[in-house]
Write a protein that binds this ligand. Sequence first.
Ligand code: ADP
Ligand code: MG
Length: 242
Amino acid sequence: MSLLSICDVRKSFGSNLVLDGFSLEVDEGDCVVLIGASGSGKSTLLRCVNLLEVVDDGVIELDGIDITDPRANADRIRSGIGIVFQAYNLFPHLSVLDNVTLAPVRVHRIRRDVARARALDMLERVGLADKASARPDELSGGQQQRAAIARALVNSPSLMLLDEVTSALDPELVGEVLDLLRELKDDGMTMLICTHEMGFARSVADKICFLDNGRPLEVGPPSQVLENPVEPRTREFLRRIR
Ligand code: ADP
Ligand code: MG
């Protein structure tokens, strides 16, 4: 069964129809990569899954629960989903450890000592145990992004959403973040990722979804969508970004 099931989702901003009956299945443990031109709706889709946007129509199920039901408990659902954006979004005035501990303590009312122990585990996991007391501006961009990933992992989410998490990084720092995502995949994490890193997509994704005009135009394994795309628009997109 799919862990995440997106079914016929519609989303407009005013007269701008961004998601036009979008459907996609993400199986447990799979890494699904969304590709598509800028403005094609990739971020909007991730934001709908994390309930940062309300869908106009359609259903999104996570672990069999309809999270688009207005009666659903949005805070509980969000705590089961980790999300990381392009810009690191760490609080600049807090230490790395406090950044990772903040939500568990404030939002989820977890005891501070328990939350700190868990946060330290996560920092260890992303290779930043020695930076726990540093401020974000004392870290490289790659380290900041790994801290943001640790923060997203601290609630033991069943799903990670990653929106162009390497796009703002200097080229030499991209690899360390992609390596971490690769490790998470190897550990069995289910991930839905927007990225322009085609080498990563080719080697890690179980499924690639090419978004076009708010629809999943071509979906399949990298060997199909990236190497032998059927749709002319997929071919055109890949030619442009290569
Ligand atoms: P992508 O991530 O693929 O570049 P986005 O999901 O960010 O695309 O944007 C898709 C479209 O939705 C764009 O036309 C964008 O201008 C529009 N859009 C996104 N978020 C908002 C918003 N909060 N308000 C109005 N329009 C938005
Ligand atoms: Mg985007």
